[in-house]
Design a protein around this ligand. Sequence first.
Ligand code: LLP
Length: 386
Amino acid sequence: MIDRFPIPQFNQLTTPFYYYDLEVLRATIDAVKQQVDSNPFQVHYALKANANPKLLKIIKDAGFGADCVSGGEVQAALNAGIAADKIVFAGVGKADWEINLGIDQEIFCFNVESLPELETIHELAAQKNKIARVALRINPDVQANTHAYITTGLEENKFGINLSELDEVLQKVKVLRNIALIGMHVHIGSQITDMSPYADMCGKINELQLHFESKGFKLKHINVGGGLGVNYEQPDAHLIPDFESYFKVFREKLNLRSGQIVHFELGRSIVAQCGSLISKVLYIKKGSSKQYVILDAGMTELIRPALYQAYHHIQNLSSGLPAQTYDVVGPICESTDVFATDYRLPETKRGDLIAIRSAGAYGETMASRYNLRNLPDSYTSDEVRG
Ligand code: LLP
């Protein structure tokens, strides 16, 4: 994989920056399309994972729709040329201007997370004499076996309508004339690598369908959310996530009615492995019992290790020397600004180029200007290789 990185060109660029390998992105998208194209499946790429316009263009050209969680993301999807009728809009706290944007643009669907939100969408749609399409986001109370911070489908999480409130919401839907209930939406969490929570979720969806039908609602659209995980430990051996096993669960376990369409909101699995954060070593600092590699990138560029104790594979692109043990840290004034502890890297020196791998998802989008740093630049392989 190291030869995937154009090191002479990298040396001309100012670090830190994100580097996106478009060959990997295209191969990943092809793998998704192979699984979905002959099924009643529609993928809405989750922009929160990465909203870089250079990537969005490729994703749009593949025919994917967009899953958005803010007015800014809806606008970014539209700017990328994604058709409004392929945009779904989720989020527990949609502001009025964001709802109005969705109504004006006639997006495909709002994923509604509470009764007061439903009433607000109705009110705003009524003012415009329009009908807003909605799916109810149901909290299915399924354990996703992932990090607690990125688990969303448990009763205790803030997301979705709890099963105990569903009937009240359905009663209301019947009288709201400017709302069209077209589907249900479920999302249980992110970075899920074991397929059994998805099978459990399909079981819940099947039960829910019967419940909706018993109340007189036939839903054309079933949105199963996103969450498929990637392999952070060995990115090169698993550049393309296991889409086959993932989609197979839904093909086999969902009891679809005739004409129903299943919607997926995949983010991480589409973009994580194509991205790396490229940084330079500023200093090697020797402590009494440790030695530190101090990078010019930190938690401001990639916050996942600091926020979720996430592991990212790290490579020294400049050294082929025997390995030593380092703590790899950033320059930010926070003790959690650490990418890895006791990490084996080839002997490293000031000026070496470092790649932090699997950083294409929730890297650039979560960057901040803390310490008044600049937001990172980004380059694609097409631009850098020419
Ligand atoms: N749909 C909904 C309703 C979501 O909440 C999410 C992610 C997705 C789709 C996309 O999930 P994906 O396929 O990317 O797993 N910043 C965290 C991840 C937060 C995920 C939030 N929701 C991280 O860096 O791990």
